[in-house]
Design a protein around this ligand. Structure first.
Ligand code: ADP
Length: 852
């Protein structure tokens, strides 16, 4: 190494010891340096005292002692601030630097220990004892030396800051202490660690320490190298891919093919530009597109983003159909497709009229069509869309329990999609369709959230201009949509939701209405659909009535239409295979085409039963007849419920029971009868009543009958709620109930007095054919319903046969235990049929006393 001033070192001799073996030298404190013997390093000296020390030594061609400071921040360290062991060093020629400091090369000579301070100004001068280290060579030292050299070699290879030269230098040093000092000076160590090595006099110990430090250094270097290698690998892979892609692109260009992925991105960009989306949505789309562009075309996210962009692009954001507000036209369309339904039609026409006058000021009303299935709710919705010139879409909410079905899943879910509302709007293709939400009464809810709350937002005009779908992530404006909801009953609809709806009732049809609907709409449509329009086929009225009575049992006309379609299909087959067929569809043809009647009128018990009363209930399918059975069994006064009794009805039964107990004396029932018998209340299969208390008087009647052994007139229908004191309270659904009773063939019914007003709505024909008796007290009910007992009830020995009050001759086939139901000749489909059948022999029934 040729360094200027370096040769000057050699003219400087180590200081001579005095008689005590001490040497006297100037001292320079090192803020951040530990100098080892034999090492050469430049010093930059700025402090005045250090410069003075340097100059004095220079003048006398003496060595100087360099000692590290304990605290590098000390600017004027005293002897206490220095370590006690330092290094005697020779200095080269000082050089003035441009910044005013002095630089000088120094060479470490030997370790010294400070013994005492002689002066502190103008520079520090001390007495120190040179330290000698043991020099004998051992095998251990050799082995250690080699091991350290190997480690050092590795470090040099891995650490770019260590030069190859330093290894060569180290290789040529035999002395273990010197080697240790050399390596220590090349390693990146803290001052304390360096000083520690300086203070270690034993060279073997020092070398040991160095081997540990080298091992640690090597470990860090290896980890670093691993990381570097990984990074390099990633970079290489990315570069490789990019390179290949570029090549592919070049090849495709050469072949005249275009990069498909790129083309797709171009397409998407163009579509986004033209989609006419709201600003916010467009921004989102553009953002997603740029994410897409950054991805390699095979990345899994590509598909997800592409699907998402497709959704954004295919949803209608601004496309709107223009409303046709011609009222005459609307009236024509509605009438041309539907029979009756005056209330619903009027409401629609009013809506159109207001729209015409107040244009956009008016909010779309949210209609709720309520009624049994098959009464034309959906098809009227479709006609409304047609009349207005809007698209029509519908979605069924029946059985939806998870809010996510309505609002969609977040995109983080695998296979996530928007909710049903957004999906349906995409189908609609415009922002203002007539949107039918079917079966809102069948919405469920569970731990996954309440779909009804999502519905509230959808139907709320204040909120629905920014409807949030989890998948879409951008708000969607639903305010132009005309929502129509449908339900079979209103009971299960949460009040908050019901509040927003304008309810329009759709009632069941009576037979005459069904006939008209069939003739005007169902038959022509089915003939047309089956290619029979020009075959002059005629359905005889009697055949239609037979279908209504024996092949269907419903408030609406859905099954009726299905059976007509069945007939048409059979006819079409005959026509197609050129078989002979009759143009007239008669009742006789029906059994050939439709098989045996499904609701055959079966002749059942022709007498009244103990413990069996006939109620009418309001159900999902409209009204239905519901037979209540009550039986006494030996027991302890418990009540058992079976069949379809919901909580409300069970409470109703409890109330009825309490009433019966309170009337025991009047009816000659021993108080012990209650304690010694269990009472079993059962609703046989068939009608599934909605939760509602309207069976109160039916239950009380059946119970009293069972307790007294007096048979109930089974052919008189009952409906009404009961109080504990025996008052009869009004109930809902009178019209549907009356129609159900009529449909079942019942011709007499007891109604709560306070329901008189509801009778106005009932079709004339039914009123003409049915006898109504209004009641306000339970006693009146019982007076009409209970026949006198023929024998005393013997609940504990229920094998006694029982006679009808109307027939004198008991027949074995109809003999019953008190309070039991007949076990044979059950109705084919529904209990109503049993009643219907029984009515065939109704002549014997006493006429109801006139009620004021
Ligand atoms: P809902 O939606 O009430 O269950 P739909 O609208 O599906 O009933 O009606 C069932 C079928 O009965 C449809 O084909 C419909 O056209 C027909 N329909 C029901 N009521 C009428 C009516 N008043 N006039 C004409 N067709 C009717």
């Amino acid at each position: 190494m040729q360094v200027p001033g370096m040769n000057d070192f050699y003219s400087v001799h180590n200081a001579d010891p005095d008689k005590d073996g001490l040497i006297e030298c100037a001292l320079i404190p090192f803020p951040e340096l530990v100098l080892y013997p034999n090492m050469v390093t430049p010093l930059f000296i700025g402090r005045e005292r250090s410069v003075a020390a340097l100059l004095a030594a220079q003048a006398h061609n003496e060595t100087v002692i360099g000692v590290a400071q304990r605290n590098a921040a000390q600017t004027e360290p005293t002897i206490k601030d220095l370590f006690s062991i330092g290094t005697e060093m020779a200095m080269g020629r000082p050089m003035r630097m441009p910044d005013g400091s002095t630089s000088v090369l120094v060479q470490g000579r030997r370790r010294v220990e400070i013994v005492k301070v002689i002066q502190t100004v103008p520079y520090i001068r001390i007495k120190a004892r040179p330290l000698t280290e043991p020099t004998e060579r051992s095998r251990e030292a050799d082995a250690l030396r080699r091991a350290v050299l190997t480690l050092f070699d590795k470090c040099v290879q891995l650490n770019p800051n260590l030069s190859e030269e330093s290894y060569i230098y180290a290789m040529n040093i035999d002395e273990p202490g010197w080697l240790a000092d050399l390596i220590a000076s090349t390693l990146d160590l803290k001052i304390d660690e360096r000083q520690n090595l300086l203070e270690m006099l034993d060279p073997i110990e020092r070398l040991h320490r160095i081997s540990v430090l080298l091992g640690r250094e090597l470990e860090v270097l290896e980890i670093e190298e691993q990381i570097n290698a990984q990074v390099q690998q990633e970079v290489n892979r990315g570069q490789r891919e990019m390179y290949l892609r570029e090549q592919m692109r070049a090849i495709q260009n050469e072949l005249g093919e275009i990069d498909i992925f790129q083309q797709e991105i171009n397409d998407l960009r163009e579509r986004i530009d033209q989609a006419n989306m709201p600003r916010e949505v467009q921004d989102k789309a553009v953002k997603e597109l740029s994410r897409l562009m950054m991805m390699p075309s095979m990345a899994p996210e590509v598909g997800i983003i592409r699907t998402y962009l497709d959704w954004l692009l295919e949803l209608p954001w601004s496309k709107m159909s223009e409303d046709n507000l011609d009222i005459d036209n609307a009236a024509k369309v509605l009438d041309a497709e539907h029979f009756g339904l005056p209330k619903a039609k009027d409401r629609i026409l009013e809506h159109i009229a207001v729209r015409k006058l107040a244009a956009d000021k008016m909010r779309s009303p949210i209609l709720c069509f309520v009624g049994p299935p098959g009464t034309g709710k959906t098809s009227l919705g479709r006609s409304i869309a047609k009349a207005l010139g809007r698209e029509f879409v519908r979605v069924s909410l029946g059985g939806v329990r998870d809010e996510a079905e309505i609002r969609g899943h977040r995109r983080t879910y695998i296979g996530a999609l928007p909710g049903r509302i957004i999906q349906t709007l995409r189908r609609a293709g415009t922002v203002n369709p007539v949107f039918m939400l079917d079966e809102i009464d069948k919405l469920g809810h569970d731990f996954r959230g309440d779909p009804a709350s999502a519905l509230l937002e959808i139907l709320d005009p204040e909120q629905n201009n920014a409807y949030s779908d989890h998948y879409l992530e951008v708000p969607y404006d639903l305010s132009k949509v005309m929502f129509i909801t449908t339900a079979n009953t209103l009971d299960p609809i949460p009040p908050a939701l019901l509040d927003r709806l304008e309810v329009i009732e759709f009632n069941g049809y009576i037979e005459e209405e069904k006939l008209s609907i069939a003739e005007k709409f169902l038959i022509p449509r089915q003939l047309e659909e089956h290619g029979l329009s020009n075959k002059r086929i005629v359905f005889e009225e009697q055949a239609l009535r037979t279908i209504i009575r024996e092949y269907t049992y419903e408030a609406g006309v859905r099954n009726f239409e299905r059976e007509i379609a069945n007939v048409c299909r059979k006819l079409a087959r005959k026509v197609a295979s050129k078989e002979k067929y009759s143009r007239k569809v008669t009742p006789e043809v029906l059994s050939e085409f439709l098989g045996p009647a499904q609701f055959l009128q079966e002749r059942l018990e022709d007498k009244d039963q103990v413990g069996l009363a006939t109620g009418v209930a309001y159900t999902d399918g409209g009204g239905d007849v519901m037979v209540v059975e009550v039986m006494l069994l030996p027991g302890k006064g418990n009540i058992t419920f079976t069949g379809q009794l919901g909580d409300v009805m069970q409470e109703s039964a409890q109330a009825a029971y309490s009433y019966v107990r309170s009337q025991a004396k009047m009816f000659d029932i021993k108080p012990s009868a209650f304690d010694k018998n269990d009472i079993h209340v059962h609703l046989p299969e068939g009608a599934i009543p909605k939760e509602g208390p309207s069976a109160g008087i039916t239950l009380a009647t059946a119970m009293l009958s069972a307790m007294t052994g007096r048979p109930v007139h089974g052919k008189i229908a009952l409906t009404g709620e009961i109080t504990l004191r025996g008052k009869v309270l009004p109930v809902g659904g009178i019209k549907e109930k009356m129609m159900a009773a009529h449909r079942a063939g019942l011709r007499k019914i007891l109604l709560p007095d306070r329901n008189r007003k509801d009778v106005v709505e009932i079709p004339r024909k039914i009123l003409d054919e049915m006898e109504i008796r209004y009641v306000s007290e339970m006693s009146e009910v019982l007076e009409v319903m209970l026949a006198p007992a023929v024998t005393k009830p013997k609940p504990k020995s229920p094998s006694r046969s029982k006679r009808s009050p109307n027939k004198t001759k008991p027949s074995t086939s109809t003999a019953r235990r008190p309070g039991t139901t007949p076990s044979t000749k059950r109705p084919v489909k529904t209990p109503a049929v049993r009643v219907q059948a029984a009515i065939a022999t109704l002549e014997g029934l006493p006429s109801l006393p006139e009620n004021s």
